[in-house]
Design a protein around this ligand. Sequence first.
Ligand code: CTP
Length: 139
Amino acid sequence: MKKYKVGYTAGGFDLFHVGHLNLLERCKQMCDYLIVGVCDDDYVKNIKHKEPVFKEDERVRILNALKCVDRAELVNFEITDDKMFALKKFHFDVLFSGDDWKGSERYNKTEADFSKVGVSIEYLPYTKGISSTDIKKKI
Ligand code: CTP
């Protein structure tokens, strides 16, 4: 019996790498059904100020092909920025996030919002030494 039924996590997941895989496998160990929100190209370009190497549809396809992901879907600015919109759309019991977000203004607000509606947040360890940005630099 897993701790949660439906879990949600989100990110850009460009140049899919083992740090992404570690995170998603840990999420799936804790929930029966894992939904992944994939930030659209507009968000990656305009908010993260990064040029996606893999286009949004390709990033979604790669995630949907993984054994540890039950459903991956493109998400827009509103759903990425305010997790209450993500909750309205996907109806999950737990939000998973890398522990690099713990204590940030956005997640402090999300913790307060979610505690009112009984939704959990689990912070999972960020894999050190690898990121899409690092891979781009190396290439
Ligand atoms: N993540 C992780 N370990 C890494 C890289 C990412 O656990 N080494 C997690 C992030 O915490 C996030 C998800 O993977 O929950 C998607 O992160 P994303 O920002 O797309 O990955 P990065 O490789 O960090 O991309 P970038 O360098 O563009 O920020």
